[in-house]
Each structure stands twice: as C-alpha cells, then as structure tokens.
Design a binder for this molecule. Structure first.
Ligand code: NAP
Length: 248
C-alpha cells in the first residue's frame, strides 16, 4: 500500500459518501486530512473523530467551494495550519436531474457551479502554493456520465465532461513543476446521491455492469489514494474509470 506520510490533503465534500471514504483512506496511509463540508457539520466531525481514533490527524473546515470566498478560504485554512498543501481531491458534487424540457436554468447553474466551478476555483487556489513547493497531486472526481452521457443529466454530464477537459488542460499547465492532475470516473456507487433512484432503474443498471455489482466507496477511495501517491508520479492528465466495466 502506497504511504502518504507527511502529506497534507484536502478532500472537498469529505463529510459523506465517496469523499468520506477518500478522507479515511488518505488518513489511513498517513496523510493529514482537511475534511471540507458545506452544511453537515456533524457528519464532518464524525469523519475527523474516526481519523483521530485511528491515530491520524484531521480537521473539519466548512466552506461552500462553489464560491470564490469559500474555495479560497478552504485552501488558506489548510496552508495556514500546515504550511503547505500536497494533495487536493475535488470531490464535492451534486445532482438536479430532469429531462432537458423540464429542467430549470437554475438547476443547470447549481450543478455546474457545485461540480465544475468548485473544481476550477479550488485548483486555482491550490496550484499557487503547490507551484512554490514544486510538488502536488490534484485528483478530480468526475463520472462516467461525463464520458458516456446520461439521459436526465444534461447538467451533470456537462459538468463532469467539463472536469475532464479541465483536468487535461491543467495537467499540461503545471507538469513542469512536478504537479500531476488526474481524474477518477466512478460508475454507480451507493451514497446519499444515488439512494433514491427508482428500483427499476437500479435493476436495469445492474444488468449493464460487467462485474455485476455497484461500486463501493472503497473502490473509488483506493484509486484516488493511488493517484495521490508517489507511485503515480508519472501519470498525469489521465481519467481512471472505476465502473466495473460499465462504460467500456
Ligand atoms: P454525497 O453523498 O451526496 O456527498 C456530497 C458531499 O459533497 C457532501 O460531503 C457535501 O457536504 C459536499 N458538498 C456538496 N456541495 C458542496 C459545496 N458547495 N461545498 C462544499 N461541499 C459540498 O455524494 P457522493 O455520491 O459521495 O458523490 C461525491 C462525488 O462523486 C461527486 O462529485 C459525485 O458527482 C461523484 N460521483 C458519484 C457517483 C455515485 O454513484 N455516488 C458516481 C460518479 C461520480 P455536506 O455533507 O455538508 O452536504
């Protein structure tokens, strides 16, 4: 298992679901983790307590990363506390699904801002400090919806496809400073985001997964931890699909 001893990491949306799993995995490998959340302080504190109980170091930081102030304050909180930032996982995300005929423009804007704008804002603030240290790992959580498209998710698919373009462009910009920028594209993972899908859709999805099961939070967390490690030093601009074979 690749170790992350002495690394300082931020996980946006680290309080629940996939982000929670990533925060726990990075901490297990020795990283100090800043667990960002938007509104659920209790969930974030639970993650921090679990990390501390395992002997790790973590703190929760509230910030709405879709806003300039929130994203900048989050990166500043980490660099003020620890003097550097090695790993940024842009995980915070949301959905507002509907067919395009029924989708409101504000549902398009909310999803683009929460998923894509936040990734751009946090990355912009983070590379400033990473470039100074000539080291960094940025991992952006996209989705197979951004690769294959998904009916009812024109907003979400656009945000996740945008994250893939952002990942590749930024990877080229910062490669000379030994900063890598990669994306992880999960298939379907059971979290608060997906728990209300109708059973008929779930059954249909299962038939389309060659490995025959939904992904787990741990499946995504392990891939993310790998990309955050020194073992992935020669990988940049890559989209690691973690979907049980669904989108191939
Ligand atoms: P989730 O369980 O709904 O958790 C979302 C997390 O994001 C929460 O910690 C939430 O904080 C945080 N968040 C939302 N908006 C935020 C904002 N503006 N600022 C800061 N934090 C914010 O979602 P999930 O299923 O774990 O998804 C995590 C990521 O994986 C998302 O980017 C999602 O698109 C992607 N993904 C998920 C799946 C899946 O099947 N679940 C598949 C592919 C990709 P609070 O707790 O404070 O609300």
């Amino acid at each position: 298992m690749a170790q992350l001893t002495d690394r300082i990491a931020i996980v946006t949306g680290g309080s629940r679901g996939i982000g929670r799993g990533i925060a726990l995995e990075l901490a297990k490998r020795g990283a100090t983790v800043v667990v960002n959340y938007q509104s659920n302080a209790a969930a974030a504190e639970e993650v921090v307590e679990q990390i501390k109980a395992g002997g790790g170091t973590a703190q929760a930081v509230q910030a709405d990363v879709s806003t300039d102030e929130g994203a900048n304050a989050l990166i500043k909180a980490a660099t003020d506390a620890y003097g550097k930032l090695d790993i940024l996982v842009n995980n915070a995300g949301t959905t507002r699904d509907n067919l395009i005929m029924l989708m409101k423009p504000e549902d398009f804007d909310t999803v683009i801002q929460t998923n894509l704008r936040s990734t751009w804002l946090c990355s912009k603030a983070a590379v400033k400090t990473m470039m100074r240290k000539r080291y960094g790992r940025i991992i952006n959580i996209t989705s197979i919806s951004g690769i294959a498209g998904n009916a009812g998710q024109t907003n979400y698919s656009a945000s996740k496809a945008g994250i893939i373009g952002l990942t590749k462009a930024l990877a080229r910009e910062v490669a000379s400073r030994s900063i890598t920028v990669n994306a992880v594209a999960p298939g379907f993972v059971l979290t608060d985001l997906t728990k209300d899908l109708p059973p008929e859709i779930t059954a249909q999805l299962n038939q389309n997964i060659p490995l025959g099961r939904w992904g787990s939070v741990e499946d995504v967390a392990l891939s993310t931890a790998f990309l955050a490690s020194d073992e992935a030093a020669y990988i940049t601009g890559h989209v690691l699909v973690v979907d049980g074979g669904m989108a191939m």
